[in-house]
Design a protein around this ligand. Structure first.
Ligand SMILES: CC(C)(COP(=O)(O)OP(=O)(O)OC[C@H]1O[C@@H](n2cnc3c(N)ncnc32)[C@H](O)[C@@H]1OP(=O)(O)O)[C@@H](O)C(=O)NCCC(=O)NCCS
Length: 158
């Protein structure tokens, strides 16, 4: 059983953190489609409902501001998704979500990995600030509107 908790961002926003439930799916998909060029399908979020992966929501005054999705196994953890609604970006919520996910997987893994589009400067800055470093690249990993782009593979010692 997960008890909702409150986090304080660097900009003084109070975030209520809780796990995704089925009735959140519509709001989460709206946010997902507002920030990603190639958003996840509903089924990817549904995989979080049975505990195979964990999706935490951050709410600000009862409004969905962002979410983070992680999984772990065999000593490694993976950051699968992180997003903050455009009007809440650059207020410290992404950092809070990432730190929260790291603190959760720390008990279950030694390293955390993630993939990010090479063009995604905002996310790469966030990850580097939170202690992730580049460990490789995957050629043509992500689809774009007119082809493919490489992924950076990043890792963090937990
Ligand atoms: C990446 C994302 C989650 C960051 O969330 P956020 O709440 O805006 O991030 P924060 O306010 O916590 O910023 C933390 C740090 O990230 C970096 N960062 C965030 N936005 C940035 C921007 N627009 N330009 C440059 N650096 C940025 C900075 O280092 C920032 O620290 P600073 O504000 O002290 O300079 C958000 O931009 C987002 O949802 N993007 C779309 C989805 C996405 O790309 N997800 C990652 C997929 S791999």
């Amino acid at each position: 059983m997960f008890t909702p908790i409150t986090l304080d961002t660097s900009s003084g926003l109070l975030l209520n953190m809780r796990l995704l439930v089925e009735s959140d799916l519509a709001d989460v998909l709206l946010l997902e489609r507002s920030v990603h060029s190639h958003p996840w399908r509903q089924s990817s979020f549904e995989d979080c409902l049975d505990g195979r992966q964990r999706c935490w929501l951050a709410e600000c005054n009862g409004v969905l501001a962002g979410y983070v999705v992680v999984t772990y196994g065999g000593g490694d953890a993976e950051l699968l998704n992180i997003a903050v609604a455009p009007k809440y970006q650059r207020k410290g919520i992404g950092s809070c979500l990432l730190q929260y996910a790291v603190s959760y997987v720390k008990d279950h893994a030694d390293m955390m990995f993630l993939e990010v589009r090479v063009s995604n400067r905002k996310a790469i800055e966030l990850y580097a600030r939170e202690g992730f470093f580049e460990v490789g690249q995957r050629k043509n990993y992500y689809p774009t509107n007119n082809g493919h782009e490489d992924a950076l593979l990043m890792a963090c010692q937990l």
